[in-house]
Design a protein around this ligand. Sequence first.
Ligand code: ATP
Ligand code: MG
Length: 394
Amino acid sequence: LPEDFQTALPILKMIEDAGFEAYFVGGSVRDHILGLPIHDVDIATSAYPEEIKNIFKRTIDTGIKHGTVTVLMNDNSYEITTFRTESGYQDFRRPDKVTFVRSLTDDLKRRDFTINALAVDHNGNVVDKFDGLADLKNHLIKAVGVAEERFHEDALRMMRAVRFQAQLDFTIEGKTEQAIADNAHLLSKIAVERVHEEFVKMFYGQAWKTGFADFLRLGLSEYCPDFQGQTAKLKKLAQAKNIVMNDETMVWTAVGFSLGLSGEELNQFLRDWKVSNKIREDCQSTEKMLRDFQHKEIDVWQIYLLGVKNVSRVESLCELFDITIDNKKINEKVAKIPIKDSHALKITGKDIIDILKIKPGPKIGEYMTSLEKAVVTQTVTNSYQDLASYLLIL
Ligand code: ATP
Ligand code: MG
């Protein structure tokens, strides 16, 4: 067993000593078998949530209605979920009823894909009820049971299929793929936030281009915010250079830029996808800088505002879209920016008040920004004398 499982073994033991079953399940099992790093170790058990809470001293009711209790042990936390079945899915998204059961097989049956329906016991034995091991070996994403039914139960699973495809560089099995093509419209029943999460994770995957191409080909994009009728534009992104996408701003800027959006249109697009305020702001300035670079303009003030560290993100996006830029010239300009932030200015708000003989207020901040910009763009040198003189002619 890998170290992450070893560390969690005492948890399995304690549950078993109390007379219940417990297994490692889900993504950690899949990733362990693939030899990938494990992030969270999830545990499934025949014990009911109240029974788990009686076994462990420190617990959190994470999702007790759905059977999930978090157990804190040493410096780690583990989500322990009671075996359950789900039924009802009237609305194509969430079960009307969750029933706790005592059978591992029933629990594995409700999981989305065979590669995610594996369990490992305390001896390291793999429980493989749906040929997940063979599918892992053959690099296949295959629904557990009848794909069509599984996507009717929860349409988000179709997004998860392309997300895992991108993440693992796997292929979606034939029937599963057909069922996605036939049921893509059900994606419109799913909350944007959930689609958003899988969409971004898809781009973080090593094979994001394949996942994204299938997201388009299978028609999922048609049921996402602002993507209707945009397949041709989006396809260009699927055919772009293969760069590593490793942050959300990069993903959303790339998608927005492929659609040719900027300014308020870009903002609205990001709002429709429920992108956070912070990331929306970052996308705005990243997109602006990307366009500047495309037109061979280098706005040092813009670079300074976005942060020098973020220039590398724009450089990656330029590579993605095959925009040729003069990296050397950009780096030279960046290196010449005289200050890191406004604290480095050789003049203070108090100085400004004294020099201009004005009262404290928001005006002071505006003057500071003007001086900061003047220094950054090398209009004025960063000395008290020069800044004071410049202030008088502002
Ligand atoms: P990762 O954490 O690496 O993104 P994961 O497989 O752990 O991947 P999670 O979303 O954390 O994915 O879900 C944990 C497990 O719960 C999955 O492996 C799967 O067995 C099950 N699962 C999650 N979401 C669904 C769903 N919508 N339908 C059915 N089973 C699901
Ligand atoms: Mg997980």
